[in-house]
Every structure is written in C-alpha cells, then in structure tokens.
Design a protein around this ligand. Structure first.
Ligand SMILES: [Zn+2]
Length: 317
C-alpha cells in the first residue's frame, strides 16, 4: 500500500465546560466563573505534537482567543494552522443566519487580533452544519472562508450528522461561491462505523481506530482526526448534574487519550489540514491535470444546497 498523503490532525480549542453536552447546565454568561484549564491542556497537546514533530490545525474558539491571546500566538509560532471554531460554541442549526454570521465574524476578529492570522478554515461546534443548517456554508464563503470541516457523514448521533453526505474531500457550491469540505472521517471496521477521533478514540479499542485509518488510507484518502484539549486532562473538575449520556461521552477514557495520541502519531503520518489539502491537490493535478472527481461532487452538492435553500426559505415565510 502506498501512502502519498498524510492524515489531518485537528484540535478544537475550547475549555472543558464549554462543550455542547453541558450547555443546558452551564450558561455562557457564567463561563468566566469556572476554573480555566484550556491553556495548560492545549500546551500538553502542543508538547505531544512537538515530540512527534507533527503540525496540526487548531480550530480556536473566539472566546478562548479573546481571553488567552498568548496561547493563540504560541500555537501560530509553533507552525500550526490557525482556524475558527466560532465564538460562543453555539450549535449552528440553533441560530438564525444573522446570528451565525455575527458569531463567525466575532471569532475571526478575536483570533486575528490575538495572532495576526485571519482564519480561512472553520469547524462548527459539535459538527452542527447538518441538513438543517447548510445555509451556513454560504455565509462562510461570504466571510472569506475556503475550507469547512463541519459536515459529519454519520448516522444515529443525536446532535450531529448528515448520513448521506460525502465521506471524501469535496467542493460544495453555494450562491456566494464554492467552499471545500473536509469531513471528519468514519470507516467501517468489523461491521461497526468507526469515527476517527473524539470520544470514539477513547471509548473503542485503539485497534479499531488504527484499522479505520488504514482502511481510509487504503482508498488513497487522508483520514481526518479530531480531538480537544480537555480530552488530555483527566484531572479536570467534574461537572455535576449532567445527563448520563453526555457525562459518559465526556469523561470516558480521558486517561487513555495522551498515550494513544502518541502511539497514533508514531504509527501514521499527520499534518495540518492545509498541508493535506495541498498534497491532495498536487496529486490530483499530477494525475489528470484537473480533477473530474471534484467537478462531479460539485454538481451533486450544488443541487443539495439549492434544495436546502429552498426548504430554508419556505420555513422563513
Ligand atoms: Zn467544540
């Protein structure tokens, strides 16, 4: 098997109390009252990446960038890609397009004023660009974003997922122009759908994630891995009164994350999303001069977005 492109390492930079699973319990207005651990735990991840000589893409929450600008500068200084995770960690499908546009612009501003880099890649909180919120892609294009990593081609999750979305990197046409979608990876392993990252990385045996990565690479595609600073922080304060499912997802196997990350990074090649896309592009160009694959995908998704826009407008009326 020849692997010509690395896999994408991505980190959503947020504090342990800002996750969607806790949002019913913890009001955003009270975030400042919690002990912040995002700097220490992000530094832990930076050390893991540095030890493996790997760069990653950091989707940073605007709120975090505003309060910890030196952390953002350090991430940039160490050669990682700077990207946006929105400002207030709100589920996109719970927002109006206007509110989403504001949240996105605020995150851009906070990140740019922290480190001087204007982000052009975005990941929605909890992958919340779904069939209900595809309109967000047009707003991303309007605000200068080139790449999105928010559409999870997964079935059966209560908070996210668009089961029929493409699993490969593809272009999506919006009325404002096109944007590249680099979805989080999922692969069938022993009859089970295995997402590559997050809670699944802690819950399932390492061999399952490893096989999923291998399977994706065997198709000549890069895997997209995602994690969070709080996932390498087993000592984080426990939040009380959280519903069982969210509690399990958040706390399961936290002690395992760092060791597994080190193992994964020594087993498979990883790089920033930007570098992976560049590698994919040069391979496609080398092969056929132009990508017929991309053109096909574009047509398909243009229809998808168009029909969603109609549905959205009907709802508005
Ligand atoms: Zn998040």
């Amino acid at each position: 098997m020849s692997v010509s492109v690395p896999n994408a390492m991505t980190i959503d930079v947020e504090d342990y109390f800002q996750v969607s699973g806790f949002e019913k319990k913890i009001r955003r207005a009270n975030w400042d009252q919690f002990e912040s651990r995002v700097v220490a735990s992000t530094e832990r991840l930076l050390a893991v990446l540095d030890d493996a000589n790997v760069r990653g893409t950091f989707f940073i929450l605007g709120w975090v960038a505003q309060r910890h600008p030196s952390l953002v500068r350090r991430i940039a200084r160490e050669g990682h890609e700077i990207a946006s995770h929105g400002f207030w960690h709100q589920l996109v499908y719970s927002l109006t397009p206007e509110a989403f546009a504001k949240d996105l612009a605020d995150s851009k501003e906070a990140i740019a004023s922290a480190c001087g880099v204007v982000p052009t890649a975005y990941r929605a909180p909890s992958f919340s660009i779904t069939g209900k919120s595809l309109w967000a892609l047009e707003i991303l294009v309007q605000q200068g974003f080139k790449v999105d990593s928010s559409v999870f081609p997964i079935r059966g999750h209560d908070r996210y997922g668009m089961p029929n979305a493409k699993k490969e990197i593809h272009w999506i046409q919006t009325p404002a122009g096109r944007i590249r979608e680099f979805p989080p990876s999922i692969a069938r392993v022993r009859g089970v759908s295995v997402p590559v990252g997050g809670g699944y990385f802690r819950l399932l045996p390492w061999g399952m994630t490893s096989q999923a990565i291998r399977r994706i690479q065997a198709h000549g595609r890069p895997a997209m891995f995602y994690t969070h600073p709080w996932e390498v922080d087993p000592g984080q304060p426990r939040i009380r009164g959280i519903e069982r499912r969210s509690r399990f997802r958040h706390y399961v196997g936290l002690k395992r994350t760092e060791g597994r990350l080190r193992r994964m990074l020594s087993t498979y090649p990883f790089d920033t999303m930007e570098s992976v896309l560049r590698a994919v592009e040069s391979r496609t160009t080398d092969a056929n001069g132009a990508s017929c694959d991309a053109a096909e995908t574009l047509g398909e998704n243009a229809n998808l977005v168009a029909s969603q826009n109609v549905a959205f407008k009907e709802n508005e009326a």
